[in-house]
Ligand binder design. Structure first.
Ligand SMILES: [Zn+2]
Ligand SMILES: [Zn+2]
Length: 145
């Protein structure tokens, strides 16, 4: 076999390996992309939860189950269990609910973006007014997917 033939065979093997690797990497990127979107959805939920503060004021509470009276000398986000029966329900326990107004939305929402130059997908994990350039080609051409 000529050395050129040898080289061609070697290159063909390498090409095959590279294709396999690319496929594995692509599957991995896809899976990671899905995980990122899940995490982003969770982060959004956390933010929403953090924007509402529920607080039970100090004072005398009466257990709904056994009628036992309790004096709470500090405000609670969740009322403690009744000393007598362990119930968490109290008569007339009305919490004050404070809603925190979230900051105005930024220009670009959190999510998956695609570079219109090289088709690379980029995750924007935080709302922003200015998108960073594409990681791969450096173009400022990201658009939401
Ligand atoms: Zn009780
Ligand atoms: Zn690009």
């Amino acid at each position: 076999m000529s050395s050129a033939q040898e080289r061609a065979k070697e290159l063909a093997r390498e090409m095959k390996r590279a294709i396999m690797e690319a496929k594995t990497a692509e599957a991995r990127a896809k899976r990671l992309g899905e995980e990122v979107l899940l995490a982003l959805a969770e982060a959004k939920k956390e933010l929403e939860a953090a924007s509402t503060i529920v607080e039970y004021p100090t004072g005398r509470y009466e257990c709904k189950q056994c009628g036992h009276g309790s004096i709470f000398s500090q405000p609670y986000r969740e009322l403690p269990a009744c000393d007598n029966c362990g119930s968490h329900e109290y008569v007339g326990a009305e919490p004050t609910i404070t809603k925190i107004t979230p900051p105005p939305p930024r220009k670009y929402a959190v999510g998956m973006y695609e570079c219109t130059g090289c088709r690379t997908r980029v995750v924007v994990a935080e709302e922003t007014d200015e998108l960073s350039p594409c990681d791969v080609c450096g173009a400022h051409k990201l658009r939401p997917v």
